[in-house]
Design a protein around this ligand. Structure first.
Ligand SMILES: Cc1ncc(COP(=O)(O)O)c(C=O)c1O
Length: 395
């Protein structure tokens, strides 16, 4: 069984918004009072209950803007997860900071506060916490830890638009909340992203970092820092605005399906679904589970093979290996020659020596289901039945 195609995502609403943007006869996002992008961002901030939102050209750009706006000294350590998109990590590297990988709870594939605490040093200046697969991480406890240590918390919500923790949208617990609007996401602007900010000062900072530090708001800080051009065009802004009203329906559909999967798979001995937090709601970017090797007597790949024989094609865990095991980190090939962050810090970081047991286990035993709003409950029941069958056969 192949994953159902996503239902048509674009229609008259997007066409009308694009056409209205074209009618303005310019696609640049300024001046603010006529900007489709600015008004889209006001809608996103309102929808997510945030103070303000800054548009960017991608999720990676949002993360880079947030890391840059945090203004951590070059060579500082930033703790993050080894199970994420490379965009999370690149944002740290771009600012010449040192990514430090925390272990993860193998069941959720995300670091718990104690995993972060275990790798904190006096050089740690920030944490980038990722809400993986649309499941909120333990973000309030992580936020308390960061506050206690006086370090910055940035949330990577690229996979978690629509996820709620303790009654609040993810992205509102840290100093910055970063989202992606790329084509794979719940809703899309084509390419794009946004940063939620909690104060005017942070809004202007991020705005400047997303637009060459050109100080569009006249705060007398033109070119005060090195900053890329991560502007969103008016066409992407029009798409972002037209897609937002569709978010609730998409999340509601996925939530019904994903919650059922979580509930039913948890009843099968040897199967550990990613689960949902007691005080949160997932938005299910995809669905993550793993086999428990103490109970299931075959490997994950054999398990997937047997599912395939039953007509169900699923994938391995989200990443092929924890990021510290990629050649990128083993060879530190991010910068040709020397890695300036290391030179400035006066320390060397040997990623070949890192092995985090929770992350290794999460990757070795993980399985992902490409959940989307085109699934019906019958698809979910078929998944549950097939996984139950193969689990029973291998206990
Ligand atoms: C967790 C996470 N962070 C960051 C990104 C980067 O987003 P983008 O592809 O829009 O740059 C992604 C993209 O899928 C992601 O899943």
């Amino acid at each position: 069984m192949a994953a159902p195609r996503r239902p048509d995502r674009f229609g008259p609403e997007e066409l009308a918004a694009l056409s209205a943007a074209l009618d303005k006869n310019r696609l640049w996002y300024w001046p603010e009072d006529q900007s489709v992008v600015a008004s889209a961002m006001a809608s996103y901030a309102k929808k997510l209950g945030a103070h303000r939102a800054v548009a960017t050209s991608s999720g990676t750009a949002s993360l880079h803007v947030a890391v840059a706006a945090s203004q951590m000294p070059t060579g500082s350590e930033v703790i993050t997860t080894p199970i994420t998109d490379i965009g999370t990590i690149n944002a740290i590297l771009y600012q010449n900071l040192i990514p430090v990988f925390a272990d993860v709870d193998p069941d959720t594939a995300m670091p718990r506060p104690e995993h972060i605490e275990a790798v904190l040093t006096e050089r740690t200046k920030g944490v980038v916490a990722v809400h993986l697969a649309g499941r909120p991480t333990e973000i309030d406890a992580i936020a308390s830890l960061c506050a206690k240590k006086g370090i910055v918390l940035i949330e990577d919500c690229a996979q978690a638009l629509g996820a709620i923790y303790k009654g609040k949208s993810v992205g509102r617990f840290g100093r910055f909340g970063c989202f992606s609007l790329n084509d794979q996401k719940h809703i899309t602007s084509g390419e794009g992203g946004l940063v939620l900010t909690g104060s005017d000062d942070d809004f202007y900072l991020c705005h400047n970092y997303a637009d060459k530090y050109y100080d569009r708001h006249g705060r007398n800080v033109r070119l005060h820092a090195l900053a890329p051009n991560y502007r969103m065009s008016e066409l992407d802004g029009a798409m972002a605005a037209a897609q937002l009203p569709k978010l609730d329906g998409i999340v509601q559909k996925r939530r019904g399906l994903g919650d059922r999967l979580n509930e039913e798979l948890a009843k099968i001995a040897g199967i550990i679904p990613q689960g949902k937090p007691a005080e949160g709601e997932c938005s299910y970017f995809f669905f993550l589970l793993r086999i428990d090797p103490k109970i299931i007597k075959c490997t994950r790949d054999e398990f997937l093979g047997q599912l395939e024989d039953e007509g169900l094609t699923l994938s391995r865990a989200y990443v092929p290996r924890p990021i510290y095991r990629s050649p990128y980190f083993l060879n530190k090939s991010f910068f040709p020659g020397a890695w300036p962050a290391e030179v400035v810090s006066g320390r060397t970081y040997d990623y070949t020596k890192i092995s985090l047991p929770g992350a290794e286990e999460a990757v070795a035993t993980g399985i992902s289901i490409p959940l989307n709003e085109g699934f019906e409950h019958s698809d979910i029941e078929a998944y549950i039945a097939a996984i139950k069958l193969i689990a029973e056969r291998n206990r």
